[in-house]
Design a protein around this ligand. Structure first.
Ligand SMILES: *Cc1c(COP(=O)(O)O)cnc(C)c1O
Length: 397
């Protein structure tokens, strides 16, 4: 069924569906590692790629393919490849597009493991990375060298919800002749579609909002067919960080409610951010849906919703007092889960300075604005009244 003309919410439910001769209504889960051929000649043709069809689930699998095609449709990309996790998607993208001697520009405020991948792992293979202040659109060109091959960012960022200008980012990549890659984990295509701004590749951690219920790990890479099929697929087939069919099936079903969930969680996050702004215990609130956010106008332009993550800083006279207060608030919540994960229907609360960003030096955290009093909440689908009630009693401790 051609679904390209349908609206987002319809494609989230219908795109990519492929039925077996049983004509099952709900998408089938193909738990099989390999596929049977009619003849030796067909086996040879499948392996050579001269005949379309499944061979081995490290290469592809019908359930995985449904997930890939549905996500490609939602991002507005020509093709998609699924991976075992979000980090596997970033690694596969780098292995497919970089070689020793190349230079990467990466936003300084990306996911912690992404920083480690570029500055630690890839550095050992002769790929050098410069971290830039991504909220400054001129920073990309200023930091580029003739060896710059890849520009990487995430928007909004974790945990401060800083917004990167995607149009300027894509333009900078074109100007310096480098590939542009956006980790679209926080907004998902329900709220932001980087490919529409001219970005080359979109990365996903399906572990977060695509599944949406905190059940499975998964990842994906979306973009032009020639990049996905000719560059990324051979690397993925050979190196093996493929998505399990079971995890693909879970994430595929998760996509069906993506628009609904993201709009509801985004609305609830805005309500919570406004509520926090009025609390005397709170020093500042970081949320792109608030007019006080430095990139409010940009977020309004490039996102169709502010997202679901709200960070705020509790007051205190010294860093140690702010940390003690933040920990007291976190320890006092009764409803929210104390976990660093996000993208779940369950609201989560965490202290970035001692968890997700605990491995950064105190100076690096200071520079990034991730203070000891900062608390991050990823808003789920519980009733907003219960969330504010939970925080009221927690802030009062
Ligand atoms: C979680 C996360 C990742 C990594 O995803 P995994 O599925 O855990 O490997 C990458 N980027 C962002 C923004 C994330 O939140």
């Amino acid at each position: 069924m051609a679904t390209d003309d349908f609206e987002f919410d319809t494609r989230a439910i219908r795109a990519g569906t492929a039925r077996t001769p049983f004509n099952e209504h709900s998408e089938a889960l193909f738990l099989t590692s390999s596929f049977v051929f009619d003849s030796a000649a067909q086996a040879a043709a499948r392996f050579a790629g001269s005949e379309e069809g499944f061979v081995y689930s490290r290469f592809s699998n019908p359930t995985v393919r449904m997930f890939e095609q549905r996500l490609a449709s939602l991002e507005g990309g020509e093709d998609c490849l699924a991976t075992s996790s979000g980090m596997a998607a970033i690694l596969a993208t780098c292995l497919a597009t970089l070689r020793a001697g190349d230079h990467v520009l990466c936003a300084a405020n990306v996911f912690g493991a992404t920083v480690q991948l570029f500055s630690g792992v890839l550095a050992r293979f002769g790929i050098e990375t410069t971290f830039v202040t991504a909220t400054d659109p001129s920073a990309w060109r200023a930091a580029s060298t003739p060896k710059t091959k890849l520009l990487f960012c995430e928007t909004p960022s974790n945990p401060l919800m800083e917004v990167v200008d995607l149009q300027a980012f894509a333009a900078a990549g074109k100007a310096v002749g480098a590939l542009t890659v956006v980790d679209n984990c926080f907004c998902t295509p329900a709220l932001q579609r980087p490919l529409e701004f001219g970005v080359d590749l979109v990365i996903h951690s399906a572990t977060k909002y695509l599944d949406g219920q905190g059940r499975v790990l998964g990842g994906a890479i979306v973009g032009r067919r020639e990049l996905i099929r000719d560059a990324v697929l051979p690397v993925l087939r050979t190196t093996g960080p493929s998505l399990s069919p079971f995890n693909a099936w879970v994430a595929l079903k998760g996509l069906e409610t993506l628009g609904l969930r993201m709009r509801a969680q985004s609305d609830a996050a805005l309500a919570l951010a406004r509520w926090l702004t009025a609390r005397p215990e709170v020093e500042r609130v970081c949320f792109p849906g608030l007019e006080s956010h430095p990139q409010y106008a940009l977020a309004q332009r490039q996102q169709s919703g502010p997202g679901t993550v709200v960070s705020f800083e509790v007051r205190g006279d010294s860093p140690s007092e702010r940390r003690a207060r933040a920990w007291r608030v976190i320890d006092a919540v009764k409803l929210m889960s104390i976990t660093a994960n996000l993208g779940d229907t369950r609201t989560t609360i965490t202290h970035p300075a001692t968890t997700t960003h605990g491995r950064l030096s105190a100076e690096a955290r200071e520079r990034a604005g991730i203070g000891e009093g900062l608390i991050r909440i990823a808003v789920g689908l519980e009733a907003i009244e219960d969330l504010t009630r939970d925080l009221t009693q927690a802030l009062a401790t």
